[in-house]
Every structure is written in C-alpha cells, then in structure tokens.
Design a protein around this ligand. Sequence first.
Ligand code: 3YP
Ligand code: ZN
Length: 369
Amino acid sequence: MTTGYVYHEVFGWHDTGTSGGVLPSDPAAGVQPFVHFENAETKRRMHELIVVSGLIDRLERIRPRPATEEEILRIHTPEHLERIKAESRLPKGGDAGDGMSPFGKGGYEIAALAAGGVIAAVDAVVSGRVDNAYALVRPPGHHAVAAQGMGFCIFSNLAIAAAHARAVLGVERIGILDWDVHHGNGTQAAFYDDPSVLTISLHQDNVFPPNSGAVTETGTGAGEGYSINVPLPPGTGDGGYLHAMDEVVVPALRRFRPDLILVASGFDAGAMDPLARQMLTSAGYRALTQRLMDVAAEVCDGRIAMSHEGGYSPIYVPFCGLAVVETLAGAEPFTDPLLPVVSGYAGHDLQPNQKAVIDAAAALAARIG
Ligand SMILES: O=C(CCC1CCCC1)NO
Ligand SMILES: [Zn+2]
C-alpha cells in the first residue's frame, strides 16, 4: 500500500492569535487572553509523532502547492477571495468572516497552500501515484461556504479539491465522509444540489454551526437524497461511530459507487477533545479507517484522500491521527498509551439514542439510487 502524505511547516505559521476564537480576551469582563483553540500545536505534534514513530519512512511525501484563484473560485465567490487577499496584506491580517476565525498577515497564502495541498493529494491518488493519501493541512476548511469563511476555516479545502477532481481529472462521482465532530456544513452546501457528490457527515448533534446538520437536511433539487447527516448524541464512543459506519456510510457508498472517496478528517470527536463531548479512541479511528478502506477497495480501487480538519487535544490528536495514517499505510500500530484509559470509559457500546439517529439516517442511505 502506497500512502501519500502532505505536510508543510508553514501551516504552523498560520497565526490565529490569542484574542480571537470562541472567547476573545476581555480583561475588564474577566476573560483572559488564551491561545486560539485552532493553533499549530496539535497538527505539529501529529506530524512529529508520524516522524518519530518511523511511519514517515513508509509514506510518499507529496509537496503542497498553492491553489490557484481559478481553483478557489470553483467554490468561493470573487468577493470572498478578494477580501481574504486584501486583509492578508494588512499588518495584523484579518478574519475569515465570522469574527472567530482570525488570520495574520500572509494568511491568504497559507490558506491557499492548504487547499492546494488537498488538491495535490487528490491528484496523487487519482493519477495512481499513491493508493491513498492524508493531507495534514492548516487552516481547516469544512465550515467555509461560498461567500465567507467561518468556524476557523478560510477556504473549503476539500470542496475545492473535489471540484478540481470533477472539472480537471474527469472524476464523475465523489463520496465525501466528514467525521469531524462538527457538521460539515460548507462541504455539504457546495454540493447540496449535485447528485454526483454524496456528502455524509457524522457529527455531534448541534454543536457547530448552530442549527446545522439535522437528519432532515438531505439535499435539494437533483441533489435530493445525496446529503446524509448523522447528528449523534453527546457521549457517542467507538460502538456508536462504528454502527454509523456499518449501517449508514458503508451501505451508502456501496449504493452510490463513487470513483473517489474523500474524508474531512477531524479528531475533535476524540475522547479528550475540549470542543466537543464524544468518546472516539485511537482504536475507533483505526476501525473507521479500515472499514472505509474495505468499501473503497470494493467500489473505487481503494482511492481515498483525507484532508485534516479539527481536533484540539494536543495530547490525544497525535495518537488518533497516527492511527488513521498507519491504517491507510497498512502499518502496525506504534502506540497509544492513553487507549486503556479512554477505552475503559462506560458507554462505548451502542446506546439506544444513538441507534435511533443512525437508523433514521440508514433509511436515507437505503434510498440512494
Ligand atoms: O473544529 C471546528 C471548529 C468548531 C468551533 C468553531 C466555533 C465554535 C466551535 N470545526 O470542525
Ligand atoms: Zn471540528
């Protein structure tokens, strides 16, 4: 198995500051400055564990290149692109569009490299240079919509890469799985009326964006039935996620038969994440990845490209991210010293409230034509 890997140190220079994010500092109100949740540390630590574990020696390094304006404009409006470029030239940078997603001077170039890094991963998979690929990029992308960035995202990296695959690489059908703990609203919106792109989002119910990602969001027009949402209850662990994989994701992909599978890979569904309340372990992420590889082998010669999204636990993201990339590469597990602790939590087995949501989404998967 040849697994491609995208990472560049400049992703760590995307500056999200200390007074942006979910709680801008306000000393008079008793709010202290804090490092923005979406900072370089978790991504850098994941990369360093991939290096220190030796896994890096089994990976085919893919060099990211900046997405072109034409590529970005396949998903975003000219106004959004021009505003990001303009604010990126300012001494203190700007914001993606929601006031919680700051970037420093030069943020545009880094965001374009993140989107281009995912395009490079998709190019390598579709060309057959690699069997599958992981793009450890930053800033994330899956919340960004056509006219603005949001939720720490500037450009919709994965949607831009999917649009590239369809427009340039001749890929006709794309299945996109989003296992970030937050709803993949931006990716969904980009293809909401498009039956050639199936989007499936597994997320914690109504965390972010607010009032987004309900089971009833199923697509529109010709795209009706090609957006599937699984808003899982808080506390969902390995058993609930694997049941969703077995009952919704795998059946949907078998019926849709994509030529390429893309993943918005966030680790904030992990058992130690500060921004959500799920309980996935590294073993859970490993099993999700293996199940996806198995169905990819059935329907699209194993073609999978993953784009890094959220994940905010500096201690646990590295072990979960390592588990995913090890599985893509067919490598033996290196380590997760926290696994005995987090897998011991009560509630990892499928719970009735989780089964109810999954069964509702499974009915949608069964209707894919
Ligand atoms: O990881 C993320 C960012 C979520 C935050 C954005 C504002 C509050 C929660 N999205 O996938
Ligand atoms: Zn997230």
